[in-house]
Design a protein around this ligand. Sequence first.
Ligand code: FAD
Length: 400
Amino acid sequence: SKPRVVVVGGGFAGATAAKYLKILDGAIHVSLIVPEAGYITCPASNWLFAGLGDIERLTVDYRSLQSRYGVAVVADSAKALDLSGKRVHLQSGEVRSYDRLILAPGIDFRWDRIAGYDAAAAEHFPHAWRAGPQTLMLLRQLQAMPDGGVVLIAVPADPYRCPPGPYERASMMAYWLKQHKPRAKILILDAKRSFSKQALFEAGWAKHYGYGTPQSLIEWHSLADNPLLELHADSKTLVSEFGDRFSGDVLNIIPPQTAGSIVRQSGLADAGGWCPVRPATAQSRFDDFVHVIGDAANYAPIPKSAFAANSAAKACAMAVVSLLREQPLPEAHWLNTCYSLVAPEHGISVAGVYKADSGGTISPVAGAGGVSVAKDAEAERAEAEYAQIVYRNLVADSFV
Ligand code: FAD
């Protein structure tokens, strides 16, 4: 009988794995468990704050995976895993058996870190760290803010989904505020001491938004030694360990994160909240027949990005095919590229190539990556265009 692979989660990681399994070996029965008919990409969702694009253009579906590649798309969600019986229990009551299971559930939020900030509070103070209604809520709040108002963006410590994302978001908001509410201010309250592409972001903010002057639209504050501990919803105030109070008109609180709940329930995550894997095959360190990819897995130092999820999904698909055929494993390497817009015509990027040693330690390949070299406006415009092209290609490679 045909080998059966079940893939849980239809984000960049799960969709890519399902598609590439069918491309590599059409004889494998691949089912993809997706809770919704469509998926809204987080990549490019920050661009909405600058007035670029809309949610419809960020929405993809799974029809092509089904019709072009023969993936069995199952509209359901995984409720529980029976690891010893190699079965997945779905919400509908259906049970699916597998020879190999690929888990790609993305992230969940830790609601226990900032007192007063929980799932209910996120309905008023959006994290917008899953794209969709949360993004639109934050956009409406930004647009409704008075001129002279303050936006707070609370950023967690590493690791979290999309390291440069909060700073791209601040940039896109600043671009819009500069035109519509030039007396406004964005305060980034960061649990870190430094951040991804910092020198490039700060140079861009100085160029476009007065960064470093009293009139700057953006201020960045490291709270690495003085973390945010409480939200006072009534006064829209965040309070830090030393009692510093930050009040705003719009509060965008990005909470600390963990792997999606299905893997934590099943004992596949470690104390840090993420799934340890053998990088070469993406096999869980706790179960040889389970593979974990995307944001839920720990591939440090590779950042948690859609690009990296797509890359790891392809390596995982190749490994699964080899394991099912009992053939030698191909040598895996991984790619990451993250473009960010500082302004609509000013893009910056970071890229990396990674390899793992036989013990499973991942490291960057020397000389094979780096960040943009600041040159001139033409280079900035070109990188902004590449940001759009990379986004479209990544969506096409994962879903179409
Ligand atoms: P997800 O995309 O979260 O997909 C997981 C899916 O699994 C979800 O649809 C979820 O509903 C589903 N799921 C969960 N549990 C179950 C279950 N039990 N049963 C069935 N389904 C389940 N990355 C880039 O590369 N470039 C960018 O420019 C970029 N910009 C970003 C901007 C923002 C604002 C944010 C928040 C992120 C950005 N990212 C970017 C990061 C990127 O979105 C993530 O790294 C990527 O989505 C990870 O893919 P994933 O498949 O692991 O998880």
